[in-house]
Design a protein around this ligand. Structure first.
Ligand SMILES: *[C@@H]1O[C@H](CO)[C@@H](O)[C@H](O)[C@H]1NC(C)=O
Ligand SMILES: *[C@@H]1O[C@H](CO)[C@@H](O)[C@H](O)[C@H]1NC(C)=O
Ligand SMILES: *[C@@H]1O[C@H](CO)[C@@H](O)[C@H](O)[C@H]1NC(C)=O
Ligand SMILES: *[C@@H]1O[C@H](CO)[C@@H](O)[C@H](O)[C@H]1NC(C)=O
Ligand SMILES: *[C@@H]1O[C@H](CO)[C@@H](O)[C@H](O)[C@H]1NC(C)=O
Ligand SMILES: *[C@@H]1O[C@H](CO)[C@@H](O)[C@H](O)[C@H]1NC(C)=O
Ligand SMILES: *[C@@H]1O[C@H](CO)[C@@H](O)[C@H](O)[C@H]1NC(C)=O
Ligand SMILES: *[C@@H]1O[C@H](CO)[C@@H](O)[C@H](O)[C@H]1NC(C)=O
Ligand SMILES: *[C@@H]1O[C@H](CO)[C@@H](O)[C@H](O)[C@H]1NC(C)=O
Ligand SMILES: *[C@@H]1O[C@H](CO)[C@@H](O)[C@H](O)[C@H]1NC(C)=O
Ligand SMILES: *[C@@H]1O[C@H](CO)[C@@H](O)[C@H](O)[C@H]1NC(C)=O
Ligand SMILES: *[C@@H]1O[C@H](CO)[C@@H](O)[C@H](O)[C@H]1NC(C)=O
Length: 513
């Protein structure tokens, strides 16, 4: 446990240390991980400081092992502090001419749209960037920064390729101040192009049009804006029951001297005002990530093929087939740079749907911790009369806070909360989590489950979210398997409170360093 947790600290140190040492290239000085500063010994200092502060309750902490910051965030720290803009340019030694010659690319995230009363209102969001032609040797060096106790050279060839692929998508140069145009047309049904939609989404009879977004891309290349589109044969929202699918082809105009632009395509989902929407996290619920075991988490994210978690695809496939007009929305807090791999996996494995990811301006730790709530609130506000099924796992502390909070704040909108109890099936997950947000919620609104089969034969459309054969026995407070604070260990709740404060202290110290 302890040794597993160490390397993450190393990465954070490597990355944050370099933030201040990095040569600053205008206009966008950002963090670049450094090979040179990779110094495993520094982590020990960090652990001592945490232990010192913990004082009397040191024994509690040492039983737990070290507490990396992602206990608080539920976001793998190897997905933190990626370099952007000028830092990439300088770390790859690119000059203006080389940069200008690169094609401009668009990561266009599959949007959702609501009906305003007059128009369909589409949330276009994504990123414009250039991907340098990085040599294999350079990619191997860069990829090795992210791997623990192994290197690209030691991986099987297919895994080495994936590690290089993801690394290449991290070392991209975002393009600010560009106009983005959208070409929109009806999305043919599955098979011909793109993914099929969940809930039997349909191809509309029209909607073909071109638009230019009202604002240029941000300094970090992002765009994120709701824009009404013309009806032109689309079924208006007040008459629609089915979700309509449009293909959206995005292109950036006027990129730094280069006239070569690649198109970013995505499928947009026009979602009627009423019905059911599922908002699903991805890591450790739809795919095996094991973010709570850093070495495994890194390999599962950087090298190994993305693998579905057990038979979760069957559960979603059944819901997509049997629940009419079910809108799937995938909401992950993985950073934008890693999103293509996530989308690629999801659309091969799960029903088609709209997609949210962590935009670049949410990259400092505080923003990282708040991004899920920000994105969830946006979906809830966009569909105030739809009902939601929320799905994730217990290893994300932001989920554990945000999902029950939404159920308290929007009691008529949250229909079900399904949380995979990660520690129940994975003894490797020793990290504590906090169930206190669930206190006071009716049991038929939520379930902690162990395996996907626990979700079979539930009538979620009519609000049956609890499978009576799955024991709950939840106590409300910090749960910890190492200390035996859980369900039947209700007697130790006092220690739970203590644990909570020690944890926040440890996490705070970790974050400050
Ligand atoms: C990328 O670089 C490699 C050598 O590093 C070269 O063979 C290849 O042609 C380059 N591709 C482009 C599109 O510039
Ligand atoms: C990297 O992976 C993505 C998604 O899996 C794929 O579309 C892309 O072609 C790959 N790029 C390279 C350079 O292999
Ligand atoms: C988007 O483009 C890729 C590659 O050009 C293609 O494989 C995919 O089917 C396209 N998707 C849509 C929705 O058109
Ligand atoms: C819209 O964009 C498409 C593709 O970018 C182009 O072929 C077409 O001519 C444009 N249509 C109009 C009316 O501008
Ligand atoms: C990030 O940018 C979006 C627009 O792309 C903006 O709405 C949002 O407020 C920004 N968030 C932060 C934390 O800067
Ligand atoms: C973006 O569009 C605006 C308004 O049409 C124009 O003034 C500006 O020059 C355009 N920017 C680029 C980079 O093409
Ligand atoms: C634009 O494209 C043309 C034709 O492909 C090419 O000759 C020219 O060099 C390009 N301009 C720039 C600035 O890349
Ligand atoms: C549509 O979505 C926007 C953006 O979230 C929101 O402000 C607006 O209230 C929504 N409209 C309706 C009718 O729900
Ligand atoms: C999760 O599973 C563990 C191990 O079976 C159990 O002790 C704990 O109480 C469960 N947590 C919840 C919230 O159901
Ligand atoms: C409940 O869970 C059990 C065990 O996973 C499963 O066999 C059953 O189909 C589930 N659904 C209902 C309604 O019992
Ligand atoms: C499939 O989903 C429907 C709708 O929620 C449900 O009634 C049915 O029992 C499910 N079947 C299985 C095998 O889970
Ligand atoms: C729930 O916890 C109590 C002790 O608090 C224990 O006696 C009981 O067996 C547990 N029930 C289940 C179904 O695990």
């Amino acid at each position: 446990m302890l040794s597993d947790a160490l390397p993450i600290g190393v990465l954070i140190v490597a990355a944050s240390h370099f933030a201040y040492a990095s040569p600053v290239v205008a206009p966008d000085p950002m963090v670049t991980p450094s090979l040179v500063r990779y110094d495993p010994t520094r982590t020990f200092e960090r652990r001592n400081i945490i232990s010192d502060l913990a004082g009397d309750v040191n024994s509690v902490l040492s039983e737990l092992g070290n507490v990396p910051s992602y206990v608080a965030s539920g976001i793998p720290d190897f997905f933190q502090n990626f370099p952007t803009g000028g830092a990439v340019v300088s770390s790859l030694g690119l000059n203006d001419e080389q940069l200008a010659a690169l094609p401009t690319q668009v990561l266009n995230l599959p949007p959702y749209a609501n009906w305003t009363g007059q128009n369909w209102n589409v949330r276009f969001h994504g990123n414009v960037y250039k991907q340098p032609n990085t040599s294999r040797e350079q990619l191997d060096d860069l990829a090795n920064i992210f791997l623990i106790d192994t290197s690209v050279e030691e991986l099987p060839p297919s895994q080495a390729d994936q590690a290089r692929n993801l690394t290449a998508s991290i070392f991209v140069v975002q393009q600010g101040d560009l106009n983005v145009t959208m070409h929109i047309e009806p999305a043919p049904l599955a098979g011909s192009s793109g993914e099929s939609g969940g809930g039997g989404a349909v191809t509309p009879n029209g909607g073909t049009q071109n638009l230019t977004l009202p604002y240029p891309t941000t300094d970090q290349g992002d765009y994120d804006v709701f824009l009404p589109i013309q009806e032109l044969g689309l079924t208006p929202g007040n008459q629609a029951t089915q979700i309509q699918r449009l293909n959206v082809y995005a292109q950036a105009q006027g990129a730094m001297g280069s006239n070569q632009t690649n198109i970013g395509n995505a499928t947009a989902y026009l979602v009627p005002p009423t019905g059911l929407t599922i908002v699903s996290d991805i890591d450790d619920i739809l795919r095996v990530t094991k973010i709570y075991q850093p070495k495994e988490g890194l390999l599962n994210s950087f090298a190994r093929p993305f693998t579905p978690w057990m038979n979760m695809p069957d559960i979603y496939a059944n819901w997509s087939r049997s629940i009419p007009d079910f809108h799937f929305h995938y909401l992950t807090t993985t950073p934008e740079q890693a999103t293509r791999n996530y989308m690629d996996f999801i659309y091969k494995t799960y029903p088609g749907g709209s997609f949210d990811t962590r935009p670049l301006n949410f990259s400092d730790i505080e923003a990282t911790l708040s991004i899920r709530q920000y994105l969830l609130t946006k979906v809830f506000e966009t569909f105030p009369t739809r009902k939601f099924i929320l799905v994730a796992d217990t290893s994300n502390s932001d989920v554990m806070k945000d999902y029950p909070q939404l159920a308290h704040d929007f009691p008529n909108q949250v229909q079900c909360i399904f949380l995979r109890n990660t520690s129940a099936t994975d003894p490797g997950d020793k990290f504590p989590y906090d169930t206190s947000g669930f206190e006071g919620l009716p049991q038929n609104k939520y379930m902690f489950f162990k395996v996907p089969d626990d979700l079979t034969r539930l009538d979620i459309v009519n609000g049956q979210c609890y499978n009576g054969s799955i024991p709950q026995n939840v106590t409300f407070g910090v749960q910890d398997e190492v200390l035996g604070i859980h369900g039947s260990g209700a007697g130790m709740v006092g220690v739970g409170g203590l644990m909570g404060s020690v944890l926040s202290l440890a996490v705070a110290v970790w974050l400050v360093l």
